[in-house]
Design a protein. Structure first.
Lengths: 260, 139
């Protein structure tokens, strides 16, 4: 494709929505085209601006929202229809024995339906939990890929890096990977902080690494966006639920001034 | 209905919530908006692809939300087609090809629309948000 055709892809590239073949072709062109690089930088800046007013928000209580949707779906489910007036008249001569049998059948049907519904609900919940876990891993992987990702290592003075923070500025997503990070003590959690010089630290979220130090995706809060440039990221151990400000000297710290 | 709605929520709920939050700026309002909108579009019957469903969600969310937030006001400056194309990309994370399929347009047309949308948003976003550097490195 010509430069004139390829430069049309700059906005899609900055948004991270080109398909793999288009992205590959555009990136090949990008290395030798200063004009396209400038276009991409400009669009990325705009995407970043959008991120300040439309951050990747998540529900304060995802389970509650899911329950609310389940409740609405249940309410909308057509379970039975009211009998017509003619049907009621016709039923007036039905013998008591038939009525009793109908009640018994209805009761059994209701029990069977409720039982089946409960089983279905449990299966749905298990399936959803697995899907959510998979989606979280996909999200972390997607946020780690691409040229728009910066990374900072959080280290102690003498040891190898024990955590890394990846920042995908196009998606405005932070991903934390832990390496040999010991589990937080009982009743405690790790908390990541954004530190801008001259300002109080802003919480970037809490997490607890799994046994393998798996990736943790942190949604970016509005407070982090409002913090402005971040000079450092620091990791502390805080009471469960996190603290509004760090309560201990950072165990790990890394500078964003010299990013990869 | 329950299963279908939950599947729909699991696939598209997080993106829908993010857009709803951008339009309302409040967690509870965004949750209510997402739940109500999902119910509404389920009642209308679902089109084929996820991108096509999310397209309908974007339209419905905008119809039911106000225009008080900075994002709602900036996006309100976009023509409908440009806004929907941008929201499919930015919030939905759908690729150009998926968006083109949902809109019934060529890929090139979608790319041109995204370009126009970003250029309009650059001018439409409030001045103060331009001074808020996005979190991260000094580049």
């Amino acid at each position: 494709m010509t430069h004139e055709q390829l430069i049309e892809s700059a906005a899609g590239y900055a948004l991270g929505v080109l398909d793999a073949d288009e992205r590959s072709e555009f990136e090949s062109h990008l290395t030798g085209c200063a004009q396209c690089r400038a276009e991409v930088d400009s669009y990325r800046e705009t995407v970043g601006l959008v991120g300040t007013v439309a951050p990747p928000a998540v529900p304060a209580n995802s389970a509650a929202l899911r329950a609310r949707i389940l409740e609405r779906a249940s309410a909308a489910r057509p379970i039975a229809s009211a009998p017509s007036a003619r049907a009621r008249q016709r039923d007036s001569w039905v013998p008591w024995t038939a009525a009793a049998a109908s009640i018994a059948i209805a009761a059994f049907s209701t029990w069977l339906y409720a039982s089946q519904r409960d089983r279905n609900t449990r299966m749905q919940e298990e399936l959803t939990a697995a899907r959510n876990e998979l989606a979280a891993r996909d999200s972390a992987l997607a946020a780690l890929m691409g040229p728009e990702v910066h990374v900072v290592s959080l280290a102690q003075a003498t040891n190898k890096p024990a955590a890394r923070v990846f920042w995908n500025h196009t998606r405005n997503v932070f991903v934390v990977t832990a390496h040999a990070l010991p589990p937080a003590p009982d009743g405690k959690t790790y908390q990541l902080w954004a530190i801008s010089k001259g300002k109080p630290p802003v919480s970037m979220g809490t997490f607890n690494p799994d046994a393998d130090g798996g990736a943790i995706v942190l949604p970016v809060s509005t407070a982090v966006n409002e913090a402005g440039f971040i000079d450092f990221c620091a990791l502390t151990v805080e009471p469960q639920g996190g603290s509004s400000q760090p309560t201990e000297t950072p165990r790990l710290i890394g500078s964003w001034r010299h990013v990869d | 209905m329950q299963m279908t709605m939950l599947r729909l929520y699991d696939r598209l709920g997080p993106a829908a919530y993010r857009l709803a939050w951008a339009l309302t700026g409040q967690d509870q309002a965004a949750q209510e908006l997402v739940a109500g909108t999902l119910e509404r579009i389920m009642g209308d019957g679902l089109p084929g692809s996820d991108a096509a469903v999310f397209l309908r969600l974007c339209s419905a969310l905008r119809t039911q939300a106000g225009s008080q937030t900075a994002y709602a006001q900036a996006a309100g400056r976009l023509p409908e087609r440009n806004r929907l194309t941008f929201e499919l990309a930015y919030f939905g994370g759908f690729t150009v090809r998926q968006i083109a399929g949902a809109l019934g347009e060529p890929d090139r047309s979608v790319m041109g629309t995204l370009r126009e949308a970003l250029e309009t948003l650059r001018l439409a976003l409030p001045h103060e948000s331009k001074e808020v550097a996005h979190a991260g490195a000094r580049r």
